[in-house]
Design a protein around this ligand. Structure first.
Ligand code: ADP
Length: 217
């Protein structure tokens, strides 16, 4: 089994790019956020334990996340792309240890680099359709609806999510930098680490990432 990692700040496009990469290269997509949300909705033992952290957006403890991830990896035979893991240096070290014990191979570690000012304008300019059943996403500059403030698909009112305000963005980035930077530093300088410019159009960024995977997968 070969294990790939994809990293990027909130607003870097990481989630959508990870989905495209998985489809193109037939990798198993493992998103710790999705696995944890699923445990919460099924009210499993882990789900009940992590419910509060998930609800207030703080990180789930390292041992719990590592336990979930390693259990999932036991059954994997093909390539895996992690999205949202590792998130802390402790998780990165535990993953190294797991890989060396199980003889699995490390694949590509991709960091999608987007400057802070661009991330802020992407997030703070984001508007979503207030009709939950629709949830279409717009941007005040990059993706305007036909009629100002109204969803093109369902005529719902467009709103700004409470975690998309400038204040919430800066709080999220401070937390992100505190845990993410030391974790990224663990991978920078390793031969399989690649940094991709994430400022361009989604297709351009995807093409740049695809070229890296062509070499590896
Ligand atoms: P976001 O990018 O908004 O954090 P995710 O779907 O990646 O969204 O994660 C949702 C929540 O799941 C996080 O806020 C955190 O509580 C938890 N979580 C996901 N991955 C991890 C991880 N590797 N370590 C700790 N907590 C995690």
């Amino acid at each position: 089994m070969r294990l790939h990692l994809i990293f990027g700040a909130p607003g870097s496009g990481k989630g959508s790019l990870a989905k495209l990469v998985n489809e193109k290269f037939a990798l198993t997509h493992l998103s710790t956020g999705d696995i944890l949300r699923d445990s919460v909705s099924k009210e499993t033992e882990v789900g009940l334990r992590v419910k509060a952290s998930m609800a207030n957006g703080t990180l789930v403890d390292d041992d719990t996340v590592n336990g979930i991830v390693f259990a999932r990896l036991q059954d994997e035979t093909r390539g895996v792309l992690f999205d949202g893991y590792p998130r802390t240096l402790k998780q990165a070290i535990a993953l190294d240890d797991f890989l060396s014990k199980t003889g699995s191979e490390f694949g590509l570690v991709v960091y999608i680099d987007v400057p802070m000012s661009v991330l802020e304008s992407r997030i703070v300019g984001r508007r979503v359709c207030g009709n939950n059943a629709c949830g279409a996403i717009y941007h005040v500059v990059r993706k305007k609806p036909v009629v100002d403030g109204i969803c093109d698909f369902c005529n719902g009112l467009l709103i700004q999510r409470s975690d998309d305000t400038s204040q919430a963005f800066h709080a999220r980035m401070a937390e992100f930098n505190a845990t993410y930077e030391p974790m990224l530093a663990h991978y920078r300088g390793k031969p399989n680490y690649r940094q991709v410019d994430g400022i361009g159009l989604p297709d351009e960024v995807f093409n740049a990432i695809s070229m890296l995977y062509e070499e590896y997968v």
